[in-house]
Ligand binder design. Structure first.
Ligand SMILES: NC(=O)c1ccc[n+]([C@@H]2O[C@H](COP(=O)([O-])OP(=O)(O)OC[C@H]3O[C@@H](n4cnc5c(N)ncnc54)[C@H](OP(=O)(O)O)[C@@H]3O)[C@@H](O)[C@H]2O)c1
Length: 323
């Protein structure tokens, strides 16, 4: 099977490119620009892909508010080009989307399933939803995969690296404590994808790690797993991390886009498939990532202890529910 990856030098695309099994070809700008259909046609004529994985997007959430027509061009018209060329060449399309297709309901407290009606609260989410709809209308042999809070060893720009960098500089770190989601290691997505794309279970899937956490909690866990961070750099006794509200953070950082307060996705459909891999708790992916990317500061025993405490808590909760 020949798999062509659009955006194969991006964060998600790189990990897929290096780890998914098959005959893999990367499609990248400027040769392949999804907003220019002729570049897609040319690449498809040359490679004749069985499967196309589209990771390309305009996804800087605040920039999308500033440049809505650019967001529309890539996330809607570009996706239209990809889908129609896939249809013409009879290629299966795997298209990536986002938890941000949800979020207008700022009081939401329960995970969104694939059956929930999208209600984006910003331009990025809206254009990604329109892109999804175009894929659905254009070709039946598609997988639409909604992911959330990605990080990978192939990218320097992610939340975990930012937190570590700020702590190393000894800065006071303000992190929103009222936005909940599920940060997900791309490696887990690639493992799931490696099975899914070789099936014909075409559908829309939520594919995130299990569990939910606020960004402030997630940052606190990162620092708990890297206790030598501050001692090593001698900046502070403890990382100075403070919770703040979305409204405060948005004002202080002049963020243009509204963010969902709760965009946790339930992996309902993927869990119903007869696949061997299941998405693990977010904590596992984080441990694996820190062990790979930040092994000099990652504390294995802190991970084991936190893991034990979390498991104990889980068992206590289950017992409480069943009593
Ligand atoms: N990152 C997250 O936390 C997150 C969360 C939810 C959903 N997603 C979705 O996951 C997907 C991948 O995100 P990512 O984090 O891997 O993004 P990324 O690192 O920015 O990678 C996107 C890739 O797409 C390429 N690209 C952008 N516009 C293009 C165009 N017009 N034609 C061809 N290629 C183009 C970029 O190329 P250049 O390098 O040339 O710009 C880059 O290689 C996106 O669909 C995004 O909406 C991401």
């Amino acid at each position: 099977m020949k798999i062509c990856i659009i955006g194969s030098t991006g964060q998600l695309g790189s990990d897929i490119f290096h780890h998914i099994p098959g005959e893999i070809v990367g499609f990248n700008r400027p040769e392949v620009d999804i907003t220019k259909k002729e570049t897609l046609v040319k690449a498809f004529e040359k490679e004749r892909p069985d499967i196309v994985i589209n990771t390309a997007a305009f996804h800087n959430v605040d920039e999308c508010e500033e440049k809505p027509s650019e967001a529309y061009l890539v996330n809607v018209e570009g996706v239209d080009n990809v889908a129609s060329v896939c249809k013409d060449f009879d290629s299966t399309l795997v298209h990536f989307s986002t938890d941000y297709v949800f979020g207008l309901d700022q009081n939401r407290k329960t995970p969104y399933t694939e059956e929930d009606r999208p209600d984006p609260c910003n331009i990025y989410g809206m254009t990604k939803f329109w892109g999804e709809q175009i894929v659905r209308m254009t070709l039946p042999n598609h997988f639409i995969i909604r992911v959330c809070g990605l990080y990978s060893i192939y990218s320097e720009k992610n939340f975990i690296n930012t937190m570590i960098r700020l702590a190393q500089r000894g800065k006071t770190i303000e992190v929103v404590a009222d936005q909940f989601c599920t940060p997900t290691s791309i490696r887990d997505i690639v493992d799931m994808l490696s099975e899914l794309v070789y099936t014909n279970y075409y559908d829309t899937y939520h594919m995130t790690a299990e569990g939910e956490v606020s960004w402030h909690e997630f940052a606190s866990i990162i620092f708990g797993l890297c206790p030598s961070l501050t001692k090593k750099y001698g900046a502070l006794e403890k990382v100075d991390i403070r919770p703040c509200t979305t409204e405060y953070y948005r004002r202080e950082n002049k963020q243009l886009a509204l963010r969902p307060k709760f965009s946790v996705l339930a992996n309902v459909k993927i869990n119903q498939l007869p696949l061997t891999f299941t998405m693990p708790p977010y904590f596992y992916g984080l441990g694996e990532y820190l062990g790979d990317k930040h092994k000099n500061i990652f504390d294995q025993s802190a991970f084991a202890e936190m893991f034990f405490n979390m498991k104990t808590q889980e068992i206590d909760n289950e017992e409480e529910t069943s009593n």
